[in-house]
Ligand binder design. Structure first.
Ligand SMILES: NC(=O)c1ccc[n+]([C@@H]2O[C@H](COP(=O)([O-])OP(=O)(O)OC[C@H]3O[C@@H](n4cnc5c(N)ncnc54)[C@H](O)[C@@H]3O)[C@@H](O)[C@H]2O)c1
Length: 473
């Protein structure tokens, strides 16, 4: 009897102990360890490319690969950037190269060397010895191979979003950039949008206090576009892969505001998604695909990813390219003294103390319970207009490209190359923003398990103190 009472006491104690360590749930502590992916060691003799600078160049000689819906706009924008020379144009289809040549004709510029007719013609473009920068706007599946080959041929490389789709591709791009000491920039345009860049400037000047939380998204009903992608690559990619396959528009502005790999780093993410619905129905109704095949569709209609950082911050990213709802990149910064929000309503809310001593009148006794008035918002946006916008806004609006942000992105890339400055976005930004595709998939396929976000700088995430754009003076 005494023995059995003793046994019960031991069992009870064990139960209470397990209960305490797991907040009352069953299961061992080990079961909550986040999933780790491999972090390949940096090869010996190779160094990071944080703050990479290269010798100044008077003229940036560029070759473009991929002239579908997106590429020709980039060719056109470059005709407006002084100190550039469009040397070569490449697409599988000859008529697309010819279309881009006409852009040069219209700008009274000499025609460029054309490459077409094969899936590999782009390699010849990369091998030319009169090109400094290879600019890639092909579908997602080509990006990593093209970036790596271009860098191996001694070129700097800029690539449309997402520049990489898997962790293997990401690590290969990082290793090539570090080995060759070449720039590998992802062409993320949304970081230059007017509200985002102005809000970043406010954040950097402390208007929002300490930023604790950031949100971003790509919510865009692509049903009108599915039939226009070459060989259906985009829909097919979503059919095959689960996860946030297009995270960079949301990630870019959030990561810059949180100084990711400039004093903070992402630690762990978890993802959840809904079942797929509208794209399978599109396949059934518009393409006559049978129901069973149409619903063999990997990507959920709405995907949410939440990320925690080393400094105790959070990021929330969403992806939805199928629901009939207004376009949104969410874009939200929430700090200890203020708040910025872009969609669906653009505005700021501020703790009254944020405006003390500033030239902005405190028109409505701000208490952060509601957005500031339009008058105050306009005054704030004028006061905190980013230097980049002060210098480029007029020209950017004239040239265009998503309201001007595309031109600013290209202009800044060329400006930094010409002046031997670090680029606004480095290869580790590319890695972090693109890594959501595979990391969110891993979480989703493991019951929404936490997954470690690798430190792509391999230990140097706090070497740079805060995110800043580089200028000559
Ligand atoms: N940043 C943005 O706002 C934004 C907007 C639209 C598209 N994009 C990105 O731009 C990229 C291109 O998208 P798109 O809408 O132009 O697609 P698209 O299908 O219209 O064009 C892709 C082009 O690449 C060409 N191409 C494919 N493989 C090639 C190869 N091996 N060699 C040479 N050319 C090849 C195709 O022939 C096609 O002309 C994607 O990464 C997309 O996500 C970004």
């Amino acid at each position: 009897m005494q023995k059995s009472l003793f046994t019960i006491a031991i069992l009870l104690a064990s139960f209470l102990f397990v209960g305490c360590t797991n907040n009352g749930t069953t299961g061992s502590k080990e079961s909550f360890e986040p999933i780790q992916t491999d972090v390949p060691a940096r090869p010996s003799g190779q160094k990071d490319v944080l703050g990479l600078t290269i010798p100044k160049m008077d003229t940036v000689r560029v070759g473009f690969i991929g002239l579908g819906m997106r590429g020709p706009g980039a060719v056109s924008r470059f005709t407006h950037i002084p100190g550039t020379k469009i040397v070569a144009l490449c697409d599988i289809f000859e008529e697309r190269v010819e279309g881009a040549q006409k852009i040069l004709d219209n700008a009274s510029l000499p025609r460029a060397a054309g490459y077409s007719g094969s899936e590999d013609s782009w390699k010849e473009l990369c091998e030319r010895d009169d090109i400094d920068l290879v600019y890639i706007a092909t579908d997602w599946k080509n990006h990593a191979e093209m970036m790596i080959y271009a860098m191996e041929q001694g070129k700097h490389v800029a690539c449309e979003v997402p520049a990489a789709m898997t962790l293997d591709e990401i690590w290969a791009i990082i290793d090539t950039a570090e080995r060759t000491q070449k720039h590998a920039m992802q062409l993320e345009n949304c970081v230059y949008d007017f509200f985002e860049l102005t809000s970043l400037n406010m954040a950097q000047q402390g208007l929002f206090g300490e930023i604790l939380h950031a949100e971003g998204a790509y919510i865009h009903d692509l049903s009108a576009f599915w039939e226009y992608y070459q060989d259906d690559w985009r829909l097919q990619y979503n059919k095959e892969f689960r996860g946030d396959v297009y995270a960079t528009h949301g990630m870019g502005p959030a990561a810059q505001a949180l100084d990711i790999h400039r004093g903070d780093k992402m630690n762990v993410l978890v993802a959840m998604d809904t079942k797929p619905a509208n794209i399978p129905e599109h396949l059934i109704n518009k393409r006559g695909v049978d129901r069973d095949s149409a619903y063999m569709f990997a990507n959920g209609q709405h995907t949410m990813t939440m990320i925690s950082t080393e400094n105790g911050k959070t990021i929330h990213i969403q992806h939805d390219v199928a629901s009939p709802r207004p376009y949104s990149r969410m874009y939200q910064l929430s700090g200890t003294k203020g708040f910025a929000n872009k969609y669906p309503m653009e505005g700021y809310a501020l703790d009254a103390s944020s405006l003390e001593g500033s030239e902005i009148p405190n028109l409505e006794n701000l208490n952060a319970h509601s957005y500031v008035s339009k008058e105050t918002k306009d005054a704030l946006m004028e006061t905190y207009k980013h230097r980049i916008h002060r210098e480029l806004e007029e020209k950017a609006k004239e040239v265009g490209g998503h309201g001007g942000m595309d031109f600013i992105m290209d202009y800044r890339l060329v400006y930094c190359l010409q002046n031997g400055l670090p680029l606004d976005m480095d290869v580790y930004d590319l890695a972090e923003w693109c890594s959501l595709a595979e990391l969110s998939r891993i979480s989703l396929e493991n019951n929404n398990a936490p997954v470690v976000v690798p430190d792509f700088t391999r230990g140097n995430w706090d070497k740079i103190d805060g995110y800043r754009h580089a200028f000559v003076d």
